[in-house]
Design a protein around this ligand. Structure first.
Ligand code: ZN
Length: 269
């Protein structure tokens, strides 16, 4: 093979490897504003979604949403797939909350693929008081660690309309719903205080599931699969129970506060 052919082969190989890396690190739930999302999230339920919503119609307190599932494994680190740990921690959180007398619905209870829109449809149809999505994080730097919580404000137009109707805020009156942020701050504070993990903050972000659910919604990045110490921590069931207890304490305190003052966190402008 002459030099030119070798050169092109190398360029092609490099390009192919970059493509592979992009596919591996693609996080489908991170979606920025787009012209199409209001259409996608218009709240119209698919027949399947309607059925599940009907079955699940009850006074749901909290929807627990284990991230990813099925062909969508999420991120990986140290041989651990995010979808598996999200599901395990999701089950453990649901168990703890149920033990406290709360009605909990899970968006998935097994290793199955579930679209982001479907997760939102089911949560919205259930009229839950809070929505918690469970994820694990990844960094190219193995030393990076910590817990972070996300909420969304503003939410999608369709979701804002649904919140407006549920709160009885008239058209033309602008409002700010800070309940998601307040819940995020409570969970972040509780986990960091109890677990002594690095505080990566409660942040506003346009994750699909927090943006398109009308309940106060949070997405938890519970720890880094790329960090060996955090992986080892989460392999320990006693450690996971402490995390789940801290999250549950914050959720319970949040629900109590909102029972007392229904419009807490809602600001009319
Ligand atoms: Zn994830």
């Amino acid at each position: 093979m002459n030099m030119l052919k070798k050169f092109f082969c190398l360029v092609f190989l490099g390009f192919f490897l970059i493509c592979l890396l992009q596919i591996r690190t693609y996080k489908p739930e991170i979606l920025k504003y787009s012209d199409h999302e209001e259409v996608v999230s218009s709240g119209k339920l698919s027949p399947e979604g309607k059925q599940q919503a009907f079955r699940e119609k009850r006074n749901v307190d909290i929807v627990v949403d284990p991230g990813h599932g099925g062909i969508d494994g999420g991120t990986t680190g140290g041989g651990v797939q995010e979808k598996r740990w999200a599901l395990r921690l999701g089950h453990e959180l649901a168990k703890e909350l149920r033990a406290r007398g709360l009605d909990v619905m899970m968006t998935r209870e097994e290793d199955k693929a579930l679209s982001l829109d479907r997760r939102c449809q089911v949560a919205n149809a259930s009229d839950a008081k809070a929505f918690v999505s469970i994820h694990f994080n990844y960094s190219h730097k193995p030393s990076v660690s910590g817990f972070e919580t996300y909420y969304s404000w503003p939410k999608s137009l369709a979701t804002m309309g649904a919140i407006r109707r549920s709160l009885g805020v008239s058209e033309g009156v602008t409002f700010r719903d800070q309940r998601g942020e307040l819940l995020a701050r409570k969970i972040q504070k509780a986990v960091v205080a109890d677990m002594k993990v690095r505080d990566r903050g409660a942040r506003n972000s346009q994750f699909w599931v927090t943006r398109n659910t009308k309940a106060p919604s949070v997405l938890l990045e519970c720890g880094f699969l790329s960090n060996q110490a955090e992986r080892e921590d989460y392999e320990n069931s006693a450690y996971r129970l402490r995390v789940v207890t801290a999250i549950s304490n914050a959720l319970e305190a949040y629900l109590e506060e909102y029972k007392e003052a229904e419009l807490k966190g809602i600001e009319l402008q």
